[in-house]
Design a protein around this ligand. Structure first.
Ligand code: SAH
Length: 229
């Protein structure tokens, strides 16, 4: 088990039991990283979206990333993620109000999400027709946790980097959609270290990401994989 950041690196993440039956494996990130030109890396490295900008998107309902239906990739791969287990604790980083969380809870798993924006969390519970409670998180100033009455869905309202395994332990599965691709490039290693620290030994990690050249596709500048072959 990884216990400290000094032992965590991108290369390690490619070796943990991660399920990536998607457009590209995360491990390809490392392979492509080696073959990308430094100018292509530089095209992404300094791009930053502030937390306030995410808040604004939600306040202005500019949430084109939200899908009203369960994500096809999750549906197609759920059996591989579950791998015969029951009652898995699923983690949804940067969860927004993804309907995937309700669907996963209805399969009998428990769901923990982290989302910056309170509006997104409230909308999730309201649109899912789940009654919920909210309370402060004593160890994170300003953070709240919202839970449905069955306590099968717990959504933390805070910056992802303030979340840790001390709050909910480690997870048996992680569904990373719109999360790795949304974080600022400069934070990728910190994000990877956090994800590794949240993974139980039998954790399966399903990741939705994409591969492109940011010099050719500026509009996708915030996505995480950055080099075409
Ligand atoms: N996973 C969701 C949302 C993806 S969009 C889905 O599939 O629909 C990225 C989400 O991350 C936004 O809702 C944004 O408010 C949230 N977010 C961005 N930066 C964050 C951070 N540092 N900590 C927690 N949430 C963050």
């Amino acid at each position: 088990m990884i216990t400290g950041q000094s032992r965590v690196n991108w290369g390690y993440l490619a070796t943990v039991p991660v399920l990536l039956s998607i457009r590209i494996y995360l491990s390809a990130f490392f392979l492509f990283k080696e073959s990308c030109s430094s100018s292509m890396l530089a095209a992404q490295e300094n791009r930053v979206i502030a937390l306030e900008e995410w808040e604004e998107k939600w306040q202005q309902d500019k949430i084109g990333f939200h899908h009203p239906h369960v994500h096809k990739m999750l549906e197609a791969n759920i059996d591989k993620v579950v791998a015969g287990r029951t009652g898995i604790k699923f983690f949804f980083p940067l969860c927004g109000k993804a309907v995937d969380m309700k669907w996963t809870a209805e399969l009998g798993h428990t769901v923990v999400g982290v989302e910056l924006t309170e509006k997104a969390i409230r909308q999730f519970f309201e649109e899912s027709e789940m009654s919920y409670t909210e309370e402060n998180v004593p160890t994170i100033p300003g953070a709240k946790v919202f839970r449905n009455s069955e306590k099968t869905v717990s959504l933390y309202q805070c910056d992802i980097y303030k979340f840790s395994s001390s709050l909910e332990g480690q997870f048996g599965a992680i569904w990373d959609r719109g999360a790795l691709v949304a974080i600022n490039p400069k934070d990728r290693e910190k994000y990877a270290a956090l994800m590794v620290s949240l993974m139980a030994p039998d954790c399966r990690y399903l990741l939705d990401t994409l591969l492109y050249n940011p010099e050719l596709h500026k509009a996708l500048h915030r996505s995480s994989i950055f080099c075409t072959g």
